[in-house]
Each structure stands twice: as C-alpha cells, then as structure tokens.
Write a protein that binds this ligand. Structure first.
Ligand code: SAM
Length: 308
C-alpha cells in the first residue's frame, strides 16, 4: 500500500494534514463547537489527555487573538510528551492523580477554568465490554479532575464509548451538570462506538466537596431519575453534529477532490514524541519483530531499550 492510500480511505486524516492539524480529532472538537458554541467567553481552558495536541491547537487558535492573548490560559495534560504549542502550558502527568488537578489550578493562579475537554482513550483491546469499562474509568478520572478545576456554570466535554450503560452515565453526569447531551460529530466514524458527552452549566450538588474518590459511586447524591424504568425511562438526548454537507468519515474519496487541483501528498504535521509504539517500529525497521523464542540469543541482546 502506498502512503497515499490512507489519504484516500480517511478523508479527515488527509484534511488534518493539509490544514496543519496534528491529528484528525481536531475536526471532532470543531464540529462539536459548531453545534454547541463551546468557546464563547472562554479564557481558561483545560485539555485533558491532549497528546499529540490537535484539540490544544483548536483551543489555541479559537481562544487566542491579538487583544486577548494576555488573559487566555490553556493547560494541556497527557501521560505522553507533546511538542510545544503557542499559548499552551503543558503538564506531563496522569489525570487520575490529585496532584495533577492541583498543578492545573496553580497554573490558573487559583482561578477556576471555564472549559474542560477530554479526548482520553486507553489502548483499545477490541473487546467492547473491556474497552467500554476502561474508557468509563478514564471519564471518571476526567470528571473527578473537572470537579476540582471547573467554575460553576462551566462546560465539560468528554469522549465516551456509547454502550449499554450510556443511560446510567447520563444520569450520573446530570447530577453535576444541568444539561447533558450525547453527540456524534460527523468526523467520528459511524463504525466506532465513540461519542462525546457535552455537559453544560456545571452545578454540583449543594455541599459537594471535590475529592479523588469516585463521585459517581457516591449514592448520597443519587437522584430519583437514576432508577426510572418502563415508560419513565430516560432517553439520553443524542445529537449527530457537523454540517451534513461535510465529508462522511466512513466513505472513501478519490485523491483528486477538486478537479482544478492536483493531489499532492502532505506529510503529518507533527509526529508524536516518544510514542508507546516507538520500540515496535524500531524492531520492525530492523527486521526484529519476531516471536521472542525464535530470536537468536545474540539478537535478543541487541534489542533497543524502550527509552533509547
Ligand atoms: N485529543 C488529542 C488530540 O487531538 O491530539 C488526542 C488524544 S488521544 C486519542 C488519547 C490520549 O489519552 C493519549 O495521548 C494518551 O496518552 C492519553 N491518556 C490515556 N490515559 C491517560 C491518563 N491516565 N492521564 C493522562 N493522559 C492519558
């Protein structure tokens, strides 16, 4: 397969490179913004699980302008290192740690954030139940950190895997936000169970004190609608968003999109720094990607170290 074949199969991958985004995910946040107007009045934003940084790029381009640069603060957090971006402070850290929440608040000089976004995803196993569970744990960590840093009235956007537990998740998020919608941007493939919760107007229960235990398991804040069944069952508001005339992420497009312009391959905007698959790539390049027991001992000794 040539290097242009992915450009053909994945239109948003190609457009991301052509428009200078680090990842195709940028379009998801842009399309969510088209629907929910996420950035109006936002000065302090947090991007959780930010690497390689396309959502931070969107925040940087949308929030910063000549007159407002001084006031705007964007903090990006990820386990992995990320190449620098204008106006974005980076924290290489784990969103499940309270110390990360404290560091974010320190960057805002004690002031709360207007917007928290989280596109966090663990490595997918392909087993839907397991993937959904791990994704829910990451969402929980993101919500936890959000309760520490978000101002009342603020907005929280996070990736979810839309499985059978989505109603429960919706009810739980409703405890903290007055409006919760499950949205699927056009750039998110239909074939994927990925969707996004857009939670508006942060209004935690009275007396709620943020801590890093599990707020979703704290039943003292349960509300009646968690248990509704039958005709009273909750229907989670679901919204497909993004212009219908926009590209369909599940479709294959010809390389020459515009008759007047010839196709030219564009390299990725910013390759990830030290990605977890780096060692596998090194091994493959050196033809060493074989089963361990089939490797001669001498070769095993020469395997590169993970952080070489
Ligand atoms: N929104 C990003 C962008 O537009 O470039 C893409 C995010 S990528 C889909 C998911 C990220 O979640 C990975 O970079 C991964 O390192 C990060 N992640 C997973 N678990 C994390 C954790 N516990 N703390 C911080 N980051 C985490």
């Amino acid at each position: 397969m040539g290097r242009s074949s992915k450009d053909k199969r994945d239109i948003y991958y190609r457009l991301a490179k052509e428009e200078g985004w680090r990842a195709r995910s940028a379009f998801k946040l842009l399309q969510l913004d088209q629907e929910f107007n996420l950035f109006t009045g936002v000065r302090r934003a947090v991007d959780l699980c930010a690497a390689p940084g396309s959502w931070s790029q969107v925040l940087s381009r949308k929030l910063r302008s000549e007159e407002r640069n001084e006031e705007v603060k964007i903090v990006a957090v990820d386990l992995q290192a990320m190449a620098p971006l204008p106006g974005v402070t980076q924290i290489q850290g784990d969103i499940t740690k309270v110390s990360t929440a404290q560091e974010i608040v320190r960057h805002f000089s004690g002031q709360p954030a207007d917007l928290v976004v989280c596109d966090g995803a663990p490595d997918v196993t392909g087993l839907h139940d397991v993937d959904e569970y791990i994704q829910a744990q990451l969402l929980l960590a993101a919500l936890n950190i959000t309760t520490h840093v978000l101002k009342p009235g603020g907005t929280f956007v996070a990736k979810i895997f839309r499985g059978k537990d989505v109603t429960l998740l919706y009810s739980q998020l409703r405890v903290f936000f007055s409006q919760v919608t499950c949205a699927k941007p056009r750039s998110s493939r239909n074939s994927s169970i990925e969707a996004f919760v857009v939670c508006l107007n942060y209004s935690p229960p009275e007396g709620y004190v943020p801590n890093m235990s599990n707020p979703l398991l704290d039943h003292s804040y349960d509300v009646d609608f968690n248990q509704l069944e039958g005709p009273n069952r909750i229907i989670v508001p679901f919204l497909a968003c993004g212009d219908l005339s926009a590209y369909d992420s599940d479709q294959t497009y010809p390389l020459q999109l515009d008759a007047s312009q010839e196709y030219r391959y564009t390299p990725p905007t910013q390759p990830p720094i030290e990605p977890p698959y780096q060692q596998a790539c090194l091994l493959r390049r050196n033809n060493l990607l074989a089963k361990e027991d089939s490797l001669p001992l001498a070769q095993e000794d020469s395997l590169p170290l993970a952080h070489e």
